[in-house]
Design a protein around this ligand. Structure first.
Ligand code: MD3
Ligand code: FE
Length: 204
């Protein structure tokens, strides 16, 4: 375990190969009920370069209007599938937060152009709750800044099986994913990288 910033923990290799495969199969089941979708960004109307879906009572969505949480899938209109118990157990073990997460946002990155520009996660009401993050598949080059967009940033590789926890001040730090090391893992049959983030959305 390494502490690199206030409240930030990174646990490389936290999930062994079997643990990674079992979460991958949970994602497959979620995606059968709630298909991955390519959202459009508000205002610009440009598409993201990654596909997203969710589990939980609240799912993060984007459209021409806004970024927000929704209880239903924007295409199917159905509620998101429940967050699997194994992921709730990971949250309880690692965050020490007294309430369960309401959202598991799942990002799928594939190919050379897949990235997530520097941003802050501020659509949640519960900004004091930690965010727990799981990486599967190809290595991602992650970028972490500080509380202001102009703060210096550093980048580092995040491999399959890594768990990161953003608590305290780091919860509101700027961050993003510059790119993938395409082909660095064979965990996903179709290639690419999956990232799961567990979030508390409403104030308990
Ligand atoms: C750092 N996901 O879904 S790691 C996101 O790897 C997101 O797919 C990236 O940023 C990914 O919003 C980055 C997850 C992450 C989530 C919340 C954070 C990193 C964070 C909050 C504060 C600092
Ligand atoms: Fe984020």
């Amino acid at each position: 375990m390494t502490t690199m910033a206030e409240g930030f923990r990174i646990l490389p290799g936290y999930l062994d190969r079997d643990g990674q495969k079992s979460i991958l199969s949970l994602v497959d089941t979620i995606a059968q009920q709630a298909p991955f979708t390519r959202y459009i960004m508000p205002r610009t109307g440009r598409p993201f370069s990654i596909d997203m879906t969710n589990a939980g009572s609240q799912g993060w969505i984007a459209d021409r209007q806004s970024y927000r949480y929704s209880p239903v899938h924007p295409v199917t209109g159905r509620p998101w599938p429940a967050i699997p118990d194994a992921l709730l157990a990971l949250w309880r073990d690692l965050t020490g937060y007294g309430h369960d997460p309401e959202c598991c946002l799942i990002n799928h990155y594939q190919g050379d152009g897949a990235k997530l520009s520097l941003h802050r996660d501020e659509d949640e009401e519960a900004k004091d709750a930690p965010i727990l993050n799981i990486s599967l598949g190809d290595t991602g080059i992650f970028r972490l800044g500080g509380p202001a967009r102009s703060d210096p940033t550093r980048s580092f590789p995040v491999e399959s099986g890594t768990v990161m926890i953003f608590a305290g001040p780091s919860r509101l730090y700027y961050h993003g994913v510059d790119r993938l090391r395409v082909g660095s893992s064979r965990l996903l049959p179709q290639g690419g990288r999956l990232n799961l983030t567990l979030r508390r959305v409403t104030v308990p």
